[in-house]
Write a protein that binds this ligand. Structure first.
Ligand SMILES: [Zn+2]
Length: 105
């Protein structure tokens, strides 16, 4: 699976969030990965949030988070920014699942 990261402009749209994302970058962990879905855990100030990536969704909907900010406002949150930064910097590596499952219909 190819992970499409959000572009710089999108990540930096809200500077305060971006700065928070940089701070959270070190607490990003890969939870699990499947062929079309990635799950990350981001430890925030108090809670751990679950950031998910869906390969089959449209660009701006690929990334989702379970935090209040994202759920209520449907806007990019610092957790999603943190995951994107961690992936871009190579801090987190996605295991390359090359076991092509040849499932029939
Ligand atoms: Zn979030």
């Amino acid at each position: 699976m190819e992970t499409v990261l959000l572009d710089e402009k999108t990540l930096k749209k809200d500077e305060r969030l971006y700065i928070k994302g940089i701070r959270l970058m070190s607490s990003v962990k890969l939870d699990y990965s499947t062929e079309k879905h990635l799950s990350f855990l981001v430890k925030g100030d108090e809670d751990i949030h679950n950031v998910m990536y869906f390969d089959e969704k449209k660009y701006d909907k690929k990334w989702q988070c379970d935090c209040k900010w994202y759920t209520l406002q449907d806007k990019l949150c610092s957790h999603i920014i943190a995951v994107n930064l961690a992936l871009r910097n190579g801090r987190i590596k996605i295991p390359n699942n090359k076991e092509t499952d040849k499932k029939g219909d």
